[in-house]
Design a protein around this ligand. Sequence first.
Ligand code: NAP
Ligand code: F7E
Length: 360
Amino acid sequence: MKKIALITGITGQDGSYLAELLLNKGYVVHGVKRRSSMFNTQRIDHIFENLKLQNKRFFLHFGDLIDSSNIIRLISEIRPNEIYNLAAMSHVKVSFEIPEYVANTDAIGTLRILEAIRILGLEKKTRIYQASTSELYGNNMQIPLNEESQFYPNSPYAVAKLYSYWIMINYRKAYNIFAANGILFNHESPRRGETFVTRKITIGIAKILYGLNDKLYLGNLDAVRDWGHAKDYVDAMWRILQHKNPQDWVIATGLSYSIREFLIACLKKVGLILGFRGKGLNEIGYVISSKNENYKHLVGKEIINVSEKYFRPSDVNKLVGDASKARQKLDWKPKSSFDDLVEEMITHDMQMIEKKYFKK
Ligand code: NAP
Ligand code: F7E
């Protein structure tokens, strides 16, 4: 019998990579997509275009985590062996603007799925993975952070995700459901949403290099993150649900870089050396030199500015994870390095901008 998986948030970055991974492992994959006035399946269209899988092992259903009856109906029809709850309003800064909606989706949404499992009597059949996050730690400075570290959530997003983290543990204990949290540190890819900082940078730089924009405006350049590749992280999600019992797991690379260092690394890939001068809102990033003939005109130009608009009411300054437990017990380790990630993202976005604006 093929295993059946249900992925909420299948149209997102992680959902798309996870769908590919599970299909390659022979699963039947069902995904929940939201109704939208525009197409919202770009990240998974290539799966549908693969005729071998169409209507056989890959199915999409309309749904929303704020609709209990929809969730109950889908789970009762699909009767999945594994549920990956990846759906969420995942943008930390936006969560300050729509906190009530975020609580409804990112906190109560998880409860709705757990209740569906219980109402339908699927406690023994269905395992559930919850997309927990390093944002739970907030500004806990006891770095590196592991499964024992204290949580100090610092945004409506993080507070909602903390509810989900604990309700998973509660349902595990109270009802013996295989409910596991993956506490994932930041993970990126060419499929990352365009307003998260890494993708904003790779697209922004590509536009500057192609002469479409003069500058890129960013917020807190001092923030430090532990960035991995989303492909490696969805593999960890799968391993978490295959473990002999449900537990909570930190998934991270253990290495960290500031936003400033991410910028420098991206520009280095295209032959430019970036320098910084000034402080706070007056800090400026400028091109010191270019090894690439095509970009010599940028030498001396100020291409990075800081704007108050992109700061958060409260930010998380530094996140670095310790994934020793996953390395030992799940035999998981990241395959992509920081350098590989930067290379893949900047190359992808240079090609994307060229195709979009210059190829007829
Ligand atoms: P993403 O690209 O923003 O994808 C989020 C997905 O959730 C999208 O498919 C989105 O649908 C869907 N969604 C949003 N609200 C929904 C609702 N009310 N009902 C149903 N679906 C809804 O996020 P991601 O980077 O793939 O992250 C996946 C999960 O991991 C999220 O829960 C995120 O919070 C968490 N996480 C991410 C990271 C990271 O670094 N990427 C780290 C730790 C945890 P649309 O496409 O229609 O918007
Ligand atoms: O910000 C700073 C910003 O939006 C990273 C989500 O997937 O990972 C993600 O949350 C840092 C922050 O990701 C800009 O202030 C500077 O300190 O890329 P981000 P995030 O907030 O870390 C966690 C683990 C999740 O769970 C979330 O779902 O970069 N920053 N300038 C900026 N950030 C953005 N977005 N835009 C800027 O212009």
